[in-house]
Design a protein around this ligand. Structure first.
Ligand code: NAD
Length: 351
């Protein structure tokens, strides 16, 4: 039995993680979930949004399925963590958000976001099938910011050849495994000559001599325009952290919205699977959130742990429910709630 840490998260998180958990269990995959609390409830109950119990669990399981967590806009909010480094040593560090804390602490250096149009989901484009590889550890997400004076703030953007090379290598290896043919390196090296210049140069050098893979590059602003006009022409994108965050939400909008886009954070030792969307407080507790993005994140998790047959069964059952269109949530044009859509997928799995 494979143990997986389940983090329900905030807002719609508990509803969509319950859906994904129930579907994984119904798929027959030999998975058992260990639930730990992080986010607002943990903050209320334990005085910190990210208690040590979360790391203790992931240190045991190495795999997490995570719901979205809420981060306040602005202010001086920080997540302080304490982590058992072994041998009685406890480290204390600070991060700008709970999700960034987990990504950094667990060494999850790449965020993979597949963007695929499923039949039955209404969108402007029919043939979108992209994989976004986002560098997940540096750029402006280091949280190094300060007020220079009352009217001026600054933030530090860090790009290293080492992190760029490892994310590029991961993207290229994955592409070769999946038979993908074209990678577009996305940057703003015309203005950010040193940071994005280093990202572009390192990624291009890493991608040299990969048989069967065509490498090209786009400036991020023109890429956004091209994506909204003809997304079918793109295959895989490699981006620094901030552009990767923005472009993956844009890309979700090409195939049905935030409710449909899954994601995986991968590192050498751990992996954490979560939807691209956030905690969507406007929908929280209303049984209206679309569970699809978290279900597809769980599908990625099943493939990652070698349970491909169960992953195919879950994806197939979801695809059938989408095609039929009777039991889908409001963002997909239906009238079903989160629970009813989940129930319909489980029925297909059991049929
Ligand atoms: P959001 O993704 O939470 O929601 C934007 C809007 O998209 C929602 O209001 C909703 O109308 C729609 N939407 C999102 N998910 C949906 C779903 N599953 N089904 C149907 N509709 C859905 O973005 P936001 O409002 O910018 O962020 C809210 C909070 O989430 C912020 O605190 C942010 O920091 C956090 N966030 C967390 C993560 C994470 O934990 N990985 C990721 C993104 C945002």
């Amino acid at each position: 039995m494979r143990l997986v840490t389940l983090i329900p998260g905030d807002g719609i998180g508990p509803e969509v993680t319950s859906a994904a958990r129930d579907i994984v269990l119904a798929s027959g995959a030999p998975v058992q979930f260990e639930e730990v609390i992080a986010g607002e409830r943990a903050d209320r109950e334990h005085g910190t949004p990210l208690p040590r119990a979360v790391f203790d669990s992931i240190d045991r399981t190495r795999i997490a399925l995570k719901g979205p967590t809420q981060t306040p806009f602005g202010g001086d909010y920080r997540v302080h963590i304490e982590r058992d480094d072994g041998g009685g040593k406890v480290s204390k560090r600070t991060h700008p958000s709970l999700t960034i804390a987990l990504r950094k602490e667990l060494g999850l250096y790449v965020n993979v976001r597949p963007i695929r149009k499923y039949p039955g989901v209404a969108s402007r484009f029919e043939h979108v099938d992209l994989v976004i590889f986002r560098e997940n550890s540096e750029d402006l997400y280091t949280g190094i910011e300060r007020m220079v004076d009352e009217g001026t703030a600054e933030a530090i953007k860090i790009i290293s050849a080492r992190s760029t090379e490892r994310v590029a290598r991961y993207a290229l290896d994955t592409m070769q495994r999946l038979g993908r043919k074209r990678i577009t390196i996305v940057h703003k090296a015309n203005v950010l000559k040193m940071t994005d210049g280093l990202f572009l140069k390192t990624a291009q050098e890493t991608a040299k001599d990969r048989p069967g893979i065509v490498v090209d590059q786009r400036v991020v602003d023109s890429l956004c325009m091209e994506l909204v006009m003809h997304p079918e022409e793109y295959d895989c994108l490699l981006l620094p952290n901030l552009y990767g965050d923005i472009v993956s939400d844009l890309a979700a909008g090409l195939v049905g919205g935030l409710g449909v886009a899954p994601g995986a954070n991968i590192g050498p030792e751990y992996a954490m699977f979560e939807a691209a969307h956030g905690s969507a407080q406007d929908l929280a507790g209303k049984d209206t959130a679309n569970p699809m993005a978290l279900i597809l994140s769980a599908v990625m998790m099943l493939r990652h742990i070698g349970e491909s047959a169960a992953a195919d069964r879950v994806e197939g059952a979801l695809a059938q429910v989408l095609r039929e269109g009777r039991s889908v949530t409001a963002d997909l044009g239906g009238k079903a709630g989160t629970r009813a859509m989940t129930g319909a997928i489980i029925e297909k799995l059991k049929a």
